[in-house]
Design a protein around this ligand. Sequence first.
Ligand code: SF4
Length: 389
Amino acid sequence: MTPAPLLPMAPGPAPARGLYVHIPFCLARCDYCDFNAYAGMEELRNPYVEALMREITSAADGGEVSTIFFGGGTPTILPPTDLARILAAIHESFQVAPSAEITIEANPETVDERSLSALRTAGFNRLSVGVQSTAPHVLTRLGRIHSPQRALATLRAAHRAGFDRINADLIYGTPGESESDWRRSLESIIESGVDHISAYALTIEEATPLSSKINRGEEIPPEDDDQATKFEIACDLLASADFTRYEISNWAKNNSWCRHNLTYWCANNYLGFGAGAHSHHNGRRAHNIRSPRTYIENSPSPEAGFEVLSPNERIEEAIMLALRLTGGINRPLFQQRWKVDPLNAREAAAQRLQTLGFLELSPHSMRLTDRAAFLTSAITTNLLSETAA
Ligand code: SF4
C-alpha cells in the first residue's frame, strides 16, 4: 500500500520567522498585474537599494530568521552585486539559520547563466521564475514581454548555475488559452526539471489594463468553468509527474515546499522590508509606504500604519490560512498554540460542510477536500461567519 504523502499541516509547533524584501521595479508592466510594481524609475533604483539597506540595519535585532524571500516587482532587475549587498546586510543584522531557504524571484528577460551563478554564489539557494505560459499568444494577451523559449532557457540556465530548488509560476484561464495550450505549458515545465510549480487562475484586478480592455469590450473575461477544467488538468498532469499539491495553487516534488510561504500560511511571524512590504509580529500587522519615492524619502522609518489583531481575530486568521494547505489543520497542535480547538463553536457549520463533501474531520485534523479546492475562500468564509453570527 502506498503511504499517504507527507503534507504540511498548520500551525507548526515551533513558529519560524521569515523575512521578505520587496523590489518594486519591472522592465514593463504586465496587463493583469496589480502588485506594487513600476516600470521605469531607473533613477530611483540606487537610492532605493541604499534606503532598503538602512531599513534592514535599523531593524537589526540579531534574532533568528529561517527563510528569506526577495520578491517584487522583479528583483533581478537589480545587478547581482546590489542583491548580494542587501543579502549581506541581512546576514549582519539577523541570525540567518544555516539551513535557511533563500529565494529570489526572477523574470526571464533579466537574467542569464552568468547573473544566476552570481546570485547562487551570493547565497540565494532557491529561484522562482515567472514563466506564466509557454503559448506565445497567451503571453501576449497577458502583456508579458518574454518569449516561451527565453523562459525555458532561463530554467535550464538556473540548473547549470547550481540552483536545485526552482519554482515556475504559471497562470491558467487566460482568454484565448486552449486546453491544449495549458497542457503544453504544464508538460514543458515538468520536463524542465523544476521541483515546484505555482499555478494560479487568472484573476481580473481592478484598474489594470486587462480589466479596462474587458470593460471596453475589447477582451473577454476568463470563464469559471474553463478555469475549473484547467485546474483539474493541472492536478492530473502534475500528480502523474510526482508533484503533490500541498496548497490550493502550489505543487512540489519530494516535499520541496516553499518554506517561506508556509510561514504565512502557518500564521507565523515575518519581517517585511521595502516599499509596501508587510510585517507580522504576534498579532501586530504593519505595512510600509507603497510609493518607492516616498519610501526612500522616509528612510529608514517607512512604516505607514499598523493594526493589532484581537485574540479571536488571530484564531480566525490562523484557521483561514491553514485551510489553504491540503494537509489542513493539525488539531492538537492548533489547540496547543491557540488554546482552543479550531472546531470550537463551529461544529454546526463544519458538520454541514462535511455532509456536502467539502470538509474532512477527524480528532486530529480538519481539512478541506479536493472538491473544495476551487471554492476555498467561500467555504472558509462560510465556516467562520457562522461563528460570528
Ligand atoms: S513582472 Fe510581475 S510584478 Fe512586474 S508587472 Fe509583471 S506581473 Fe507585475
